[in-house]
Design a protein around this ligand. Structure first.
Ligand code: TXA
Ligand code: MG
Length: 317
């Protein structure tokens, strides 16, 4: 695509108005959500959605999450169920995406779902995302606003570093609070955790009153983002490290000595999630491998460990 000039829009009525008008014209706007920045386009506009894939270098078979302002708007796009009602009532707006059967008259570009019979929908909580979705009053397709295969952006600077010249605008919401992507729950069959994320598995199971099936590696790929080497810094990553070996830089968690950066000196997984991607960006100097302290596998720790395992996995290309 032709290079465009990327504008940084202020978090003001004027900035939101400009962002809405870019979306209406089929342009791309990177928008803040409480999880990570999304690369938004009108989900009904084939050309606009195609530009998302081009800008990210994303394979066309990898479907997108559609963002709407509330559960009522989601129900216009997907078949609702008891389970979706429970989870939406408990966690929307918030860091949860639900995969449900796509309605035949949803009116979305087929590129959004990569021709799957299901759609991932999300109602974000971030005030600017809400203002944009309400102002636009239509479905916005938005994957994370990073080049495909790189770490998700949690600041406008990350977005610009990755996508400068490929998007019309970035709506400036500062740093994202949650810091890891939404939890994705599949509800087209038995409730299944497809991707751990901002809502902990334990909280979802409490709201459902039943355990979730968990997608296992080796199961057929229902979300291509489950590909192991998805979240990639430029250098090697070693997990569960008690200390840095020679030449490594240590990304700490809790009380550890010699850390170059520490996700949470207090050992708080919520704080660690909020810092994860920014610190991976910062510690990755393209030269020194990264060692990461152990992080307990509970609450947001599951999402953090999931992203770290992907960061540490061998690269396909
Ligand atoms: O927090 C988030 O979810 C962020 C913000 C911007 O909302 N978005 C995000 O989108 O992480 P993305 O595209 O980077 O990751 C979405 C994941 C992908 O792994 C995709 O394969 C999966 O959702 N997905 C989308 N539609 C699906 C569907 N119908 N069934 C299964 N997985 C789906
Ligand atoms: Mg992504």
């Amino acid at each position: 695509m032709n290079e465009t000039t990327t504008r940084l829009l202020s978090p003001s009525t004027e900035g939101i108005r400009d962002a809405v008008s870019i979306l209406r014209q089929g342009g791309l706007v990177a928008l803040p959500t409480e999880t990570v920045y999304g690369l938004g386009a009108d989900a009904r506009n084939d050309h606009a959605v195609a530009r998302i894939f081009d800008a990210k270098g994303r394979p066309r078979f990898n479907p997108l999450i559609v963002h709407v302002a509330d559960a009522a708007a989601a129900q216009e796009l997907v078949e609702w169920s008891d389970a979706s009602e429970r989870l939406a009532a408990a966690f929307w707006p918030g860091p949860l995406s639900l995969v449900l059967p796509l309605k035949s008259d949803a009116g979305l570009s087929p590129l959004v779902t990569a021709d799957l019979p299901t759609l991932a929908v999300r109602v974000p909580e971030h005030a600017l995302a809400q203002a944009l979705l309400t102002g636009f009053s239509g479905p916005v397709a938005a994957p994370s606003a990073n080049p495909s295969g790189r770490i998700s952006p949690t600041t406008p600077e990350h977005v610009i570093a990755g996508l400068q010249g490929r998007v019309e605008a970035v709506l400036d919401g500062g740093a994202c609070q949650v810091g890891v992507e939404s939890t994705i729950v599949g509800l087209a069959g038995a409730p299944t955790l497809l991707r751990p994320g901002g809502v902990p598995q334990e909280a979802l199971e409490a709201a459902l009153g039943a355990p979730l099936a968990v997608h296992q590696s080796g199961d057929p790929l229902t979300a291509p983002g489950q590909m192991t080497s998805h979240y990639a810094p430029r250098v090697g990553v070693r997990l569960n490290a008690d200390q840095a070996e020679k030449g490594e830089r240590l990304l700490g968690f809790g009380r550890v000595d010699g850390a170059t950066l520490n996700l949470s000196p207090a050992g708080d997984p919520v704080e660690a999630a909020a810092h994860l991607f920014a610190m991976l960006h910062e510690i990755d100097d393209g030269v020194h491998p990264i060692a990461v302290s152990p992080i307990p596998e509970q609450g947001l720790g599951r999402a953090i460990n999931d992203r770290l395992r992907r960061a540490a996995a061998p690269r396909y290309s």
